[in-house]
Design a protein around this ligand. Structure first.
Ligand SMILES: Nc1ncnc2c1ncn2[C@@H]1O[C@H](COP(=O)(O)OP(=O)(O)OP(=O)(O)O)[C@@H](O)[C@H]1O
Ligand SMILES: [Mg+2]
Length: 235
């Protein structure tokens, strides 16, 4: 299916067909196989909601099951639909920031024409693949070293300036500023902010609610970056 999807504020998000994506896997069949079985050879990393796979051409694919129709879905906060996530990430990626922090560029959404093991529909967010690792994988999983030349103070202050613009210019609260959603470039040490799966569109919030989401962002950001600072001190 190719076309446009309108989110809950009637704004459009591009839906990309598997056919037009096949250039990233050489053949349409090859790509379909990757999407259907979530091929481990292309696996990059996963979080609570999605798994991220490498596509060729500098892109990656975050595959998420739509659990909004599943049993007990009303009892959990499932976060944004993938369309809402793509919409907010696209807006966040267009923030003009004099510093270095960036958000991965959004390419579009792909309908994965097979269900997950629980019968839920799956969708994929196609975005720029970052040459980066997340801070939780450095700090808790010990999977990667801190990149050479990494400077904690400039990293955090650059991110801080970006988050300020995210709130005030893009009108988005990130909503999930854990270390796993902050990435660092393995060569240049520049920061990246990822994962808009719990972000809030402040344009459609009351002033009070928006203020609360912004306060929550700062509280979590400082708690999390303090943890990273402690890790750097004891390492
Ligand atoms: N654009 C990207 N380029 C490279 N790696 C990425 C990219 N996006 C995500 N990742 C990796 O995949 C992991 C999972 O992605 P993401 O955080 O979007 O998933 P999630 O399931 O929504 O996470 P959470 O558990 O925080 O809700 C990230 O922590 C990061 O390591
Ligand atoms: Mg995440």
């Amino acid at each position: 299916m190719e076309g446009v999807f309108k989110n809950n504020r009637n704004q459009e998000e591009k839906i990309i067909s598997i056919e037009s994506l096949s250039k990233f896997r050489g053949s349409q069949e090859g790509l379909k196989q990757t999407l259907v079985r979530e091929a481990p050879e292309y696996f990059i990393d996963k979080g609570g909601a999605g798994s991220v796979y490498n596509l060729q051409g500098g892109l990656c694919l975050k595959i998420v099951s739509d659990r909004h129709n599943s049993e007990n879905s009303d009892k959990y906060d499932l976060g944004n639909s993938l369309h809402e996530e793509a919409f907010l990430q696209r807006r966040a990626s267009s923030v003009t920031h004099p510093g270095l922090t960036r958000v991965p560029l959004v390419y579009g959404i792909v309908d994965i024409q097979s269900l997950d093991a629980y019968g839920n529909e799956r969708k994929g967010l196609i975005m720029e693949q970052l040459p980066a690792v997340n801070l939780a994988n450095i700090c808790y999983a010990n999977k990667y070293p801190v990149p050479e030349g990494f400077d904690y103070d400039s990293f955090v202050s650059d991110l801080e300036n970006f988050i300020e613009l995210l709130h005030n210019s893009a009108q988005i609260a990130h909503g999930d500023l854990y270390l796993r959603n902050l990435m660092v470039d393995t060569s240049s040490s520049q920061p990246y902010l990822i994962d808009f799966g719990r972000s809030k569109d402040l344009i459609v919030c009351s002033k009070n609610q928006a203020g609360k989401y912004i306060d929550d962002d700062w509280k979590l950001f400082y708690e999390e970056t303090e943890k990273f600072k402690k890790y750097l001190q004891i390492k």
